[in-house]
Design a binder for this molecule. Structure first.
Ligand code: NAD
Length: 321
């Protein structure tokens, strides 16, 4: 039986990835600095470890017999735009330490394949209607935020170790990912979860606040599609970073309208000052499509799976107060 280690298994995408790997027949160890907030981990073994520490990386990788075939590194000090623009030092220090130590110890331990979860934030800002950026257009580098710079460094770290060891590196640049069992409140939530929460909280015809002028363009990928993409990439021979995302671009205001339709509510928008991030995103996804992956869920289908979950979380929280 193949063995996989998922770092960040107590988080959103890592939690879903563990379920995917179990379904594919792997023995899975999950590690994270905390337990999963919203569900019991599906991993065969779950260990709470701080992967900033070298000794904890060694514990994560230690098996009584043999090595892990695959390591999926998704642990990061992570959040939406509100977090990315305020916690710059935490991101630059904590995520870099995790990536430096995990990659080094995975290569030393004789791991077969090492997956690193990078981000579309490695790309520069774009204007609306600009032609698509391909993976190589990440250079010359000018990410919009420190989170993107840290990801670029960690990508290069994984590729460097792959050149100098027997460990193969697989690197995905995720576009915005959303779905059930992700952070939905508290300051680290991303736009789709935040919109679901705000709309669940108002009456029909009510008003929600939206950061910025609502015109920033984004693409959103449901987590089930994302973990299929991760798995597809990991099985491939692709040694370069590769974009994973659905090619369905909407403005922030259009995202609000999709959530409002799913909720069956008329929603008014009040634009307020707040961190927005880049003006637009537009990426090529040809390379992941060439590997046979296609996104299956439209934004509306994905929100139809996400909104009821966020609404139930909000109602449970209100009932407990
Ligand atoms: P998440 O915050 O839900 O998961 C990250 C997990 O890493 C958390 O459970 C956290 O506790 C854990 N972690 C943080 N520091 C740790 C440490 N020192 N030791 C052990 N575990 C630690 O985020 P997510 O949305 O699941 O993202 C997973 C990965 O994908 C991250 O690397 C993120 O940067 C990347 N990514 C996510 C998105 C997205 O839209 N969600 C987009 C681009 C890239």
């Amino acid at each position: 039986m193949k063995k996989a280690l998922v770092c960040g298994a107590g988080g959103f995408i890592g939690g879903h990835l563990v379920k995917k790997l179990k379904a594919e027949g792997y023995w899975v160890r999950g590690v994270d600095i905390k337990e999963h907030e919203f569900c019991e981990s599906a991993a065969d073994e779950f260990i709470v470890l701080d992967l900033r520490k070298e000794e904890d990386c060694e514990k994560a990788l230690a098996l009584t017999e043999g090595n892990f075939d695959d390591v999926y590194q998704l642990a990061a000090d992570m959040g939406g735009m509100g977090f990315i623009h305020t916690a710059e030092c935490e991101i630059m220090r904590n995520s870099a330490l995790v990536n430096i130590n995990m990659c080094h110890h995975a290569a030393n331990a004789g791991v077969g394949r090492y997956f690193f979860s990078s981000s579309a934030c490695v790309y520069r800002d774009m204007t609306k209607d600009e032609p698509e950026l391909a993976e190589e257009d990440a250079y010359p580098a000018m990410p919009d935020n420190e989170y993107g710079w840290e990801k670029l460094y960690a990508e290069r770290m994984a590729m460097t170790y792959a050149r100098h060891s027997n460990m193969k590196a697989r690197i995905a640049r995720f576009q915005n990912c959303y779905g059930p069992e992700g952070t939905w409140t508290g300051g680290r939530e991303k736009a789709p979860a935040a919109m679901c929460r705000k709309i669940a909280a108002i009456e029909d015809g009510g008003t929600i606040e939206v950061w910025g002028d609502g015109t920033a363009m984004r693409a959103y990928t449901l987590v089930e599609d994302m973990v299929d993409g991760i798995y597809t990439l990991m099985q491939s021979d692709c040694e370069e970073p590769l974009n994973i995302g659905r090619r369905e671009y909407v403005s922030v205001d259009e995202l609000v309208q999709v959530v409002a339709e799913v909720a069956g509510k008329t929603v008014n928008i009040k634009h307020i000052d707040g961190p927005v991030g880049v003006k637009a995103r537009n990426f090529e996804n040809n390379k992941i499509h060439d590997l046979g992956w296609e996104s299956k869920y439209s934004l509306k289908e994905g929100i139809a799976r996400t909104y009821p979950w966020v609404k139930a979380q909000l109602e449970a929280q209100q009932a407990a107060e």
